[in-house]
Structures are given as structure tokens and as C-alpha cells.
Design a protein around this ligand. Structure first.
Ligand code: PEP
Ligand code: MN
Length: 366
């Protein structure tokens, strides 16, 4: 997938160079008191740049609290005036954008559920055309990079260059320890196809609880994400939405103070030790690919033999023995079992694919 999204680097309009962008605030605006108390406490934390609150809440099921609506906007304006923090709200309709702009809201984000809908995204983009405010776009709940990129491209095509992607994890059907597992490979792929686009991570909606917020925040920093969006409430247990994942401002401070912000390795590109280690890695990869090629050749020969003798491709008993044997060898080398199992599965799938071709056509072409 290619894209030519054109964006402005965050340090040109929001942060200092090499400093992560930090957005904090409650999942939902609930009352003026809750907003002001949370905002004042968060404004004391030097790392926090922007105050967030959901004014209109997209709830998956009906009959829950759906946000205070327009009456929350003056509260956000008051936050700006009293704390100096910039403010951001979620928008899902052009009317939301118009109301937000009328109340001097500094920036807006498109929520995960809205990103799934190109009609709405286009309407939002049209409404934002010519308005020079930063626009943040969350990934859709399901792992569809195309929809995420598509929403960013629609904004970009409407002239929005202060564009930021928010990685908030991806829904999976089976129970996991995360509310929305991070699937880091997806934001990393986005980085590869749009290298200048800033991406921040939203650990709150990834975790769904308070336990792993620090770990996910650190991981985001170590994977060179450009910032964090973290939910914070003065009294999380009373929160009307996402009570389990919000942190008190003092806990946000603790989390941020314990983050290690490592430098981009490019700074050390010429460091001798790193150069040597990378050369070693290049050599090992070359050997690994060479061995992989040889292994696939043996797989081909086995396929030809099986074809000649009319033997089925899948020999489950043999495969289980191979896996057990390789895992034992792997353990002796200190290789993580889960990782090795995944790798063996990929190798097996490719072997089956190759042997299927051999069984069913005269000669393998690939
Ligand atoms: C939110 O940020 O509170 C929210 C509704 O998140 P998402 O769109 O990621 O579900
Ligand atoms: Mn939330």
C-alpha cells in the first residue's frame, strides 16, 4: 500500500523537538466541576500539552450516557483560559465541528467508530476544509489499515496538514488481556508507508484497565511513537464512561515521570559499536535466508517424492514430532517458545503451499 500523505512535523506546531506529545483528560465531560478539577490538576504536570474530553460520546450500545453535548463546550473554553492547556474534543458530524469551532476548541479527533465510515469522514473533511486546526484520526476498531489511511487521506485532500494518527488498538473477538490489543505491526506499517505522519498511542483504550498503562506507554515510546493519549479523571471510580481505565492526575504524573524517552537511534547511526552489531546482524540474516532457501529446496524434493509414491502432504504425527523436537532445541538456545511455535507454523504453511503446487501441477514455478 502506498500513500503520499503530506503532513507538518509535530514540533513545528505542538511540541518541543524530541518531546512526546501528551494528551490527557477524561473519557467524557460529565460536569463543569469534574472538567475544571481534572484540568487544573493535569495542568500542573509539565509533560501534559493538551486536555481532552468527550463531549458527544459514541457508545457501542444505546441507553448509556451519551455525553453532555454542546453544553460541555464552554467548560473546555474555560479550561483553555484558566490553565493555558490546549483543548481537543471528538467529532463525528459536521455539526460537532461547527460547534467546536464556535467555542474556540483548538483541535479535534475522529473516533475509531467514525473512521470506519468514509461518508462521514468525507463530510468531516469537507467541513474542516480551510480551517487550520490539527486533526487527529483514530484507527478503526478492526485491523483495517486501508480505512485508517483512507480517512487520513481524505483529511489531507481537504488541505489538512496538521494531521496526527492515533493508535488505539484493535478489537478481537476472543478474550485477551487487552480491551483492544495493540497489534503494533499495524501502526509500524503506517509509519513505513507515511514516514512523516506523526502517530501517537492511546494506551487507555488499548488496555481497558489501569494495570498495563505504564508498560504500553513505554512500549509506544520505544517504538518511536510521537506521543500518548491517556484518559484521566479526578475520581475514576465514579466516571460515567470507561471507569476502569482512567487514572487520577497524580497517577498520570507518576506514569509520565517514570517513562524513559530514548533517543532516536539515527543520532547514533555512526556509533562504532552499533555499526558492528548491525553488520553482524546483516551477516546472520544472510545466512538465515541462505538456510531458508536450502530448507525450501528439501521441502520441494520431499513433495516430489510424496507425489511419486502417492503420499498425502500433511503428516500430522510427523509434524507434531518435528515441533516438539524444535521447541526443545529452541529452549536450549533460550528462544521464546511462543515465538518459535509461530515461526514453525509459518514455515509449515509455506511447505504445504509449495507441496500442494508440486502435487497438482507438473513443475513448481516458484
Ligand atoms: C475515546 O477516546 O473516549 C473513545 C471513544 O475512543 P475510541 O474512539 O478509540 O473508542
Ligand atoms: Mn474512553
Amino acid at each position: 500500500m502506498g500513500t503520499d500523505i503530506a503532513t507538518v512535523s509535530l514540533d513545528k506546531y505542538l511540541t518541543k523537538k524530541e518531546q512526546p506529545l501528551v494528551i490527557c483528560g477524561p473519557c467524557s465531560a460529565e460536569s463543569e466541576q469534574q472538567i475544571m478539577d481534572t484540568a487544573h490538576a493535569l495542568s500542573e504536570i509539565p509533560q501534559v500539552n493538551i486536555f481532552r474530553a468527550g463531549i458527544w460520546k459514541p457508545r457501542t450500545r444505546p441507553n448509556g450516557f451519551e455525553g453532555v453535548g454542546d453544553k460541555g463546550l464552554p467548560w473546555m473554553k474555560r479550561v483553555k483560559e484558566e490553565t493555558g492547556l490546549k483543548v481537543i474534543v471528538e467529532v463525528a458530524y459536521p455539526q460537532h465541528v461547527e460547534a467546536a469551532l464556535k467555542h474556540d476548541i483548538d483541535m479535534v479527533w475522529v473516533g475509531a467508530r467514525t473512521t470506519t465510515n468514509p461518508f462521514l469522514v468525507q463530510e468531516l473533511a469537507d467541513c474542516l476544509r480551510g480551517v487550520d486546526i490539527p486533526v487527529f484520526v483514530k484507527n478503526p476498531p478492526h485491523p483495517d489499515l486501508g480505512l485508517w489511511v483512507g480517512a487520513l487521506e481524505r483529511m489531507n485532500a481537504a488541505g489538512i496538514q496538521k494531521l496526527v494518527a492515533i493508535h488505539r488498538g484493535f478489537y478481537v473477538h476472543n478474550q485477551t488481556s487487552f480491551r483492544n490489543p495493540p497489534s503494533w505491526e499495524i501502526p509500524i506499517e503506517l509509519k513505513q508507508i507515511a514516514p512523516d505522519l506523526p502517530i501517537i498511542t492511546d494506551p487507555s483504550h488499548i488496555c481497558g484497565n489501569r494495570d498495563n498503562l505504564g508498560f504500553i506507554s513505554q512500549k509506544a515510546m520505544d517504538l518511536e511513537m510521537d506521543g500518548l493519549m491517556l484518559e484521566s479523571h479526578v475520581n475514576p471510580s465514579t466516571a460515567l464512561t470507561d471507569a476502569d481505565q482512567q487514572l487520577r492526575p497524580e497517577d498520570i504524573k507518576h506514569l509520565l515521570d517514570h517513562l524513559t524517552i530514548r533517543k532516536n537511534t539515527n543520532v547514533y547511526q555512526k556509533n562504532q559499536k552499533l555499526v558492528e552489531l548491525r553488520n553482524e546482524l546483516d551477516r546472520l540474516d544472510e545466512q538465515m535466508i541462505d538456510i531458508l532457501g536450502k530448507r525450501l529446496k528439501v521441502i520441494e524434493d520431499i513433495g516430489l517424492y510424496k507425489k511419486e509414491k502417492n503420499v498425502t502432504i500433511l503428516q500430522l504425527k510427523r509434524w507434531s514430532e518435528v515441533v516438539q523436537d524444535r521447541l526443545k532445541t529452541g529452549a536450549a538456545h533460550g528462544i521464546n517458545e511462543e515465538f518459535l511455535e509461530k515461526l514453525l507454523k509459518i514455515l509449515h504453511e509455506e511447505s504445504i503451499r509449495k507441496q500442494m503446487i508440486i502435487m497438482n501441477v507438473e513443475k513448481p514455478n516458484k
